[in-house]
Design a binder for this molecule. Structure first.
Ligand SMILES: [Zn+2]
Length: 306
């Protein structure tokens, strides 16, 4: 066996406990990575809301369901220099501009109601010197945006095939000076040697923007697999309010870790008691494209999952 090349990853935000949907996505990311002989890395995306103790509980839950990872856990808050350098590089190439818009102004001016997560209409792209000076005098905090030169970009996804999506002038540095999510993800994936990104398909619409940003920074575009989310009984993305959805919740209800893992593996269309056991029969191409609907009362019953 040769040394594995490339890496996959799971990158949780420590804003609370992982729920079963998060754990299932982590399990899938682990399976995709291990199945293809890649390393599996963990990255804590802690540039936003951080709940004290959440990171430790998340890592403990991932280990408890049988996932292992390679090397130390990386935290985005410890990598600000890298993001700053990437922004500086884009600015030096005249690919950025300051944006003084408030969230409300952007929503009101949004020209593309169906764009990904509130596509920015370009209001501040061509501010005159005087307009910019006036906004600075008002004390408005400026975000830094990418001056995108394409309106769309195409990526290839292992489950969705060719996917073409909108690219807008994405925020690179927030008004509070912190790096924006889309920039940090691109910089980190490349810096960590991650060439396989497996994550929830709610992030598919923002992927073309990230891939385009990677090309501007001269970074390789990873292989993507956007996996179906776990839904609640109403067909909405599973959330904490949907019952006993975290590992701790399930244990409190009297389930064992093995039963929870079994339910997760059944949701992937297999019957296994551990991730390692599941790995032996896992075939990425056979993964269901359909979301898994969580039923609080039937979680542990065989046949409750497709
Ligand atoms: Zn603006």
């Amino acid at each position: 066996m040769s040394e594995p090349s490339g890496a996959g990853r799971y990158a949780p935000s420590p804003s609370g406990d992982l729920h079963l949907g998060n754990l299932r996505t982590a399990l899938l990311a682990w399976l995709f990575a291990r199945h293809s002989g890649r390393r599996f890395l963990l990255r804590v995306e802690d540039l936003d809301r951080v709940r004290p103790g959440a990171e430790q509980r998340q890592l403990a839950d991932l280990a408890a369901i049988g996932l292992d990872w390679d090397g130390p856990v990386v935290r985005q808050s410890e990598r600000l220099d890298r993001y700053r350098a990437a922004v500086d590089e884009l600015t030096a190439a005249d690919r950025t501009y300051e944006c003084f818009c408030t969230r409300r102004e952007i929503q009101q001016a949004a020209s593309a109601p169906h764009g990904p997560m509130g596509a920015y209409p370009g209001t501040c792209r061509a501010l005159t010197f005087a307009q910019r000076a006036a906004r600075l005098t008002e004390g408005r905090p400026a975000a830094l945006r990418l001056r995108a030169e394409v309106g769309e970009f195409e990526i290839i996804d292992e489950l969705h095939g060719r996917y073409r999506g909108r690219v807008d002038d994405v925020v690179l540095r927030r008004g509070d000076g912190m790096p924006a999510y889309n920039l940090a993800v691109v910089v980190d994936d490349a810096a960590q040697g991650i060439d396989q990104v497996v994550r929830g398909d709610d992030l598919l619409p923002s992927t073309p923007r990230q891939a385009y940003l990677a090309t501007l920074l001269g970074l390789p575009i990873p292989r993507y697999a956007h996996v179906p989310l776990v839904l609640n009984a109403d067909g909405q993305r599973l959330a904490k309010r949907d019952g006993s959805v975290t590992l701790a919740d399930r244990l409190r209800r009297g389930d064992t870790v093995e039963e929870v893992v079994s339910a997760l593996t059944r949701s992937i269309g297999h019957s296994a008691r551990t991730p390692t056991q599941l790995l032996a029969s896992f075939e990425p191409a056979e993964l269901s494209r359909q979301p898994w609907t969580f039923d609080d009362n039937r979680l542990l019953q065989p046949g409750s999952c497709p």
